[in-house]
Design a protein around this ligand. Structure first.
Ligand SMILES: Nc1ccn([C@@H]2O[C@H](COP(=O)(O)OP(=O)(O)OP(=O)(O)O)[C@@H](O)[C@H]2O)c(=O)n1
Ligand SMILES: [Ca+2]
Length: 492
């Protein structure tokens, strides 16, 4: 009897069912171990770094980016590690003291040396892009512009980083790279999601960029990209002199035409009264220059919002459109479509006035009340804000509403498609990240190969295999278990 049982026990190990279960069990364990090793292979978290200086008309900012070296072609991997605002004005303000243009950058570059690991300094590219302030200086005084750029180049070459160039970028580049930045940070490229348009308002220029189904009528307004295997046909336009600082000069110059000594300004608060020299205000090719720059005029605030809007409308030419549709100043623009990110001064101004989530009508009502508030009350409500900035928020916000509604033809219905943003995923919205991604070829035209498994896929497979092992263990115990699992008396 015992021999029979022994034979039976031996033959059960050799039965096809047994072999099958054993095979499945081993295969599941091997697969589980392999995937666990492959998926979690210790990627040496080597990081790479990049530095971009945004030399704007009003100030320069230094942005330091980092990304995992292994994944530089995956979208959304680059993040802003640090930023530094250069003290003082933009580099174009050093036209008469060019060496200071380069010197002004030193403090922030020293900070960058601390942010980027020393061992990586030599491999870290540094780029400087100058925008509208230098475009204007280059128009006014090419020699001074070249000397300013040479000065910043000397400073950057003297850093331990891999200097990759300092140049004045075009308005079209500024618009297109801002669009790349906001869509890269929103991960819209990899997932081929609908993109968001980019609205950038600086001190001396402003850009609008968005994907348009309507073909642009001039090369100046169109840019085509192929990113991650998808083609994007962009409409873009940059309006020089329509940054908020320059457009203020334009508006004031219009008003001074009537009386060259007293400027009754509906965009400034009641009680605001400041003597200014013509030269201090009208010092750029954007606004007409007066022949007696030292002469002074009195700038008096009236705080009348409707009149403010009308005076601002005078800086635009809304007629004479020879295309199917225009924004202003005879510039072709297709109908705005989709979501938009509005950043830089759009955000600084609308955020200061708490208007970032208001509807268009609510913004108008709120602004009308704010602008009519007396200057003394405004100053007492914001004791820490410099008078120069504080005095201009009524004008700037009214300009923003006029630019977006009357200029770009946004409506009360699609106003909420405009998101006033400062950062996306902790990186500033602006042209610098897109500029670096483009120059370092980190946005491939074709989608990179997908990894063996996404994290979600990995977990699913692990769960499935674990369940399979448990079931197999249960089955094997059921089939094997009888000789060893049953009690001795049953055997007898
Ligand atoms: N925290 C800040 C930073 C800037 N500004 C103002 O916002 C305007 C635009 O700032 P910015 O976007 O930095 O313009 P720039 O890049 O300097 O100008 P551009 O792009 O035209 O060269 C300037 O009037 C600046 O004084 C502000 O109100 N609050
Ligand atoms: Ca800018």
């Amino acid at each position: 009897m015992a021999e029979q049982r022994e034979i039976k026990a031996k033959t059960s190990w050799r039965s096809p069912r047994t072999i099958c279960i054993i095979f499945l069990f081993i295969a599941a364990v091997v697969a589980l171990m392999t995937i666990a090793i492959v998926q979690s292979k210790p990627i040496s978290q080597k990081y790479k770094y990049g530095i971009v200086l945004d030399a704007g008309s009003s100030h320069t900012s230094v942005y330091i980016y980092e990304w995992p070296a292994e994944k530089e072609n995956n979208t959304g991997m680059v993040r802003q590690l640090d930023t530094c605002d250069v003290e003082g004005k933009g580099i174009s303000s050093y036209a008469n003291n060019v060496s200071q243009a380069g010197n002004s950058l030193k403090k922030c570059m020293d900070k960058a040396k601390k942010s980027v690991p020393k061992a990586k300094h030599g491999d870290t590219p540094v780029y400087l892009g100058a925008t509208a302030g230098m475009r204007l200086l280059s128009m006014e005084n090419k020699r001074a512009s070249d000397e300013v750029m040479a000065s910043v180049e000397r400073t950057l070459r003297n850093t331990p980083f891999d200097y990759q160039g300092a140049r004045i970028i075009s308005g079209q580049e500024e618009g297109a790279f801002g669009w790349i930045t906001v869509n890269y940070l929103s991960d819209n490229f990899r997932q081929a999601k609908p993109t968001m348009g980019a609205l950038d308002l600086g001190g001396a220029s402003t850009q609008i960029t968005f994907v348009s189904k309507q073909s642009s009528v001039s090369p100046e307004n169109s840019i085509d990209f192929r990113l991650y295997g998808k083609d994007y046909q962009l409409y873009t336009h940059s309006f020089l002199c329509y940054g908020k600082d320059q457009v203020l000069k334009l508006a004031m110059a219009h008003q001074l035409e009537t009386d060259e000594y007293i400027l009754h300004d509906p965009c400034f608060h009641p009680g605001y009264k400041v003597n200014k020299s013509l030269g201090s205000v009208f010092n750029s090719p954007c606004a007409k220059t007066f022949d007696e720059p030292s002469r002074t005029f009195t700038h008096i605030g009236e705080g009348k919002w409707e009149e403010c809007r009308n005076s601002i409308r005078k800086v635009f030419n809304f007629s004479d459109c020879s295309f199917s549709s225009c924004s202003f100043n005879r510039v072709y623009q297709p109908k705005v479509e989709g979501m938009f990110g509005a950043f830089s001064a759009y955000y600084f101004v609308m955020n200061f006035l708490n208007l970032t989530t208001h509807s268009l009508e609510e913004s108008k009502m709120s602004l009308s009340k704010y602008c009519s508030t007396s200057w003394s009350e405004i100053k007492s409500n914001h004791p820490k804000v410099k008078d120069k900035y504080l005095a201009e928020y009524c004008f700037s916000a009214t300009y923003i509403l006029t630019l977006l509604e009357d200029g770009y033809k946004f409506t009360p219905e699609n106003w909420n498609d405009i998101n006033f943003i400062d950062k996306i995923e902790n990186s500033n919205a602006g042209w610098t990240l897109g500029y670096m991604l483009n120059l370092t070829n980190m946005i491939p035209a074709e989608a990179p190969d997908t990894p063996p498994l996404t994290n979600g896929g990995f977990v699913t497979v692990m769960l499935f295999l674990s369940m399979a092992i448990i079931v197999l263990l249960a089955l094997s115990c059921k089939f094997f278990g009888r000789p060893s699992c049953s009690s001795p008396k049953e055997i007898i």
